[in-house]
Design a protein around this ligand. Structure first.
Ligand code: GTP
Ligand code: SPV
Ligand code: MN
Length: 587
């Protein structure tokens, strides 16, 4: 496609090309023909390989550098003018220092390569809430992934027109050296510079970098919320539709919850997906919170995905899907730990080495992923392209906690709900490099994605209350509590419908609650357990509130509050003290 006339865009692209010195500059138009051509180029260059086209039409496979398989939080920086603006939970670099340092790395980095100009929209093309970004990248893999994950190409340039309001993203894989890897955000310049990684959230700049880090910064400025949340639609047998948003940390079940199939006892219920990772929420004219999914595809965790746990995901990835770091079968099919069927006798593992059944090494990387177009999802909500989004009746926070946190707790009020989100803990997963299984506080599942000071972010959540006359209920959930045998107590997946149904009944005022010192729980009999895949003892353990454990939990939160420092809202600290008093009194 010829370069468009927009001179803001052209002069910036020229400037970046002068720095990176690519052999050629290619403007993506987002057409089908282009996708096929770029895919063929990627295959020729060895970046992608075709999968078995009989079994997986339009599907391709890519392996990343083994040193480049997840987000790198220690190399991710918020480059605000002052360190206070980035806050104590983010890495900070002075903007001029960051520009200077990365300019050196970009200098000539694209020699011998093509610079792809990837124009994209986060959000429905016709929505006033959507944002335009331009990603300049030397990775054809990134360009092809962005074509799935966003509304990419001409549609974005048409929306931008002659305007200057676009996110400026520069990305080079360079030499993929972890020593020269930096993911830098400049919120005040609406700019992202990423170098040294070709992986997911480090490289697909529309996703975590723009939609969450820059997004959250803009959201506070403009009075809305940019969150790491799925959005789902639940339709009752009577045709009543209810929408909920849920924040779970990376690899903690958003995609699964957003695509859930209800168990047989819930015949007639339909769950549809609006989004599986990111929600942008604003206050509507009716005083309710309305959410849009800025994405257009799914960058989902492969391991554990199968026709039992997530049939809609399995159907979403049958065609036109890119697979990254999964294992390959001898006949060109994909495989990962937890896929359906027998474990194959032999595979090629994610590093390209031969693998034999019974090997102690994982065949697929634990953070191997699929990139699939949302249109493939048989349970896609018809509201995904609605410019105003969907009205949210419940906000759910949930972490991966082996102990303490019960299956479900409802917040007493908005402040208590924000407190629940802000103190959420979760055991770390393979979605980011570092130790796995360590409990860390992850406020609203946004710890790695908040583009400004975390205490101020919590303050913004509290302030939103005055703008939402009709607020949703808020919940804390935990699908991951374990018994003494180390096994999950709650069956999870489709059975999570039982908890969702209770929240829906609450939203429509059909059931009451039972109060406990730490929050509201379902009254005896209100949680529908008909046919649940767990024993009554397991359910009792999963839902149990142990006030001794909670006294400890509340006590341990002071360390986290100290870390947040002086911008921690007083109301949050006060909430903790009140709960602790209530727990002590009740014991
Ligand atoms: P990101 O894409 O990293 O933001 O993750 P996500 O929150 O979308 O996570 P996803 O749904 O892909 O789930 C990740 C892992 O959690 C997979 O291994 C799932 O099998 C597992 N999982 C999801 N839901 C449940 C559940 O209800 N119970 C249990 N025990 N495991 C679950
Ligand atoms: C996550 O880590 O939360 C993801 C995958 O959704 S990534 O795009 O790599 O951030
Ligand atoms: Mn995510």
């Amino acid at each position: 496609m010829p370069a468009p006339m927009n001179h803001h865009l052209r002069s910036w692209v020229d400037e970046m090309a002068k720095l990176c010195k690519p052999d050629q500059v290619y403007w993506c138009d987002g057409s089908d023909e282009e996708r096929q051509r770029l895919t063929a180029e990627a295959v020729k260059a060895g970046v992608l390989q075709p999968l078995n086209q009989q079994k997986l039409p339009g599907c391709y496979y890519g392996r990343s550098n083994p040193n480049d398989v997840a987000r790198v939080e220690h190399l991710t920086f918020i480059c605000t003018p002052t360190q206070e603006e980035a806050g104590p939970t983010n890495n900070w670099m002075d903007p001029s220092e960051a520009y200077a340092k990365l300019s050196k790395l970009y200098d000539g980095a694209m020699k011998g390569r093509t610079l792809y100009v990837v124009p994209y929209i986060m959000g429905p093309a016709a929505s006033p809430f959507s944002k335009v970004g331009i990603e300049l990248t030397d990775s054809v893999y990134v360009a092809l992934n962005m074509a799935i994950m966003t509304r990419m190409g001409k549609v974005a340039l048409d929306r931008l027109g002659e305007g200057a309001d676009f996110n400026k993203g520069l990305h080079s894989v360079r030499d993929c050296n972890p020593d020269n890897r930096f993911i830098c955000h400049f919120p005040q310049d609406n700019t992202i510079w990423s170098v040294g990684s070709g992986y997911g959230g480090n490289a697909l700049l529309g996703k975590k970098c723009l939609a969450l880090r820059i997004g959250s910064y803009l959201a506070r400025k403009e009075g809305w919320l940019a969150e790491h949340m799925l959005i789902l639609e639940a339709e009752s047998p009577q045709g009543e539709k209810t929408y909920v948003a849920a924040a779970f940390p990376s690899a903690c079940g958003k995609t699964n919850f957003a695509m859930m199939i209800p168990p047989p006892a819930f015949e007639g219920w339909k769950i549809r997906t609006v989004g599986d990772d990111i929600a942008w929420m604003r206050v509507g004219e009716d005083g309710r919170l309305w959410a849009v999914n800025p994405e257009n595809g799914y960058f989902g965790v492969a391991p554990g995905t199968n026709y039992k746990t997530n049939p809609n995901a399995m159907k979403s990835i049958e065609k036109d899907t890119l697979y990254t770091n999964v294992a390959l079968t001898p006949d060109g099919d994909v495989w990962w730990e937890g896929k359906d069927g027998e474990v194959p006798e032999t595979l090629t593992d994610w590093k390209g080495n031969p693998w034999k059944k019974g090997s102690t090494e994982k065949a697929a990387h634990p953070n191997s992923r699929f990139t699939a177009p949302a249109r493939n999802n048989p349970a896609l909500s018809d509201k995904v392209d609605d410019p105003k989004g969907v009205p949210i009746s419940a906000i759910i926070f949930g972490g991966r906690r082996s102990t303490t946190v019960p299956l479900v707790l409802e917040a007493f009020n908005w402040t208590h709900g924000v407190y629940m989100g802000s103190t959420m803990g979760s055991e770390t997963t393979a979605a980011a490099t570092g130790a796995v299984g360590v409990v860390r506080r992850d406020p609203m599942a946004m710890l790695p994605f908040c583009g400004y000071d975390c205490g101020s972010y919590l303050g913004h959540w509290l302030e939103m209350q005055s703008r939402i006359p009709n607020p949703p209920h808020m919940y804390l959930v935990n699908w991951f509590r374990k018994g003494q045998d180390g096994k999950f107590l709650w069956p999870g997946y489709g059975d999570n419908m039982r908890v969702l149904k209770w929240m829906i009944d609450r939203a429509h005022g059909r059931v009451g609650v039972q109060e406990t010192p730490i929050g509201n729980v379902p009254k005896q009999g209100d949680l529908d357990l008909n046919g649940v895949k767990a024993t009554p003892a397991e359910v009792a353990q999963a839902t149990r509130i142990d006030l001794g454990e909670w006294e400890q939990e509340l006590g341990s939160q002071t360390e986290w509050f100290q870390k947040l420092g002086k911008t921690l809202p007083r109301a949050i600290a006060l909430q903790r003290e009140q709960l602790l008093e209530a727990v002590k009194t009740a014991r």
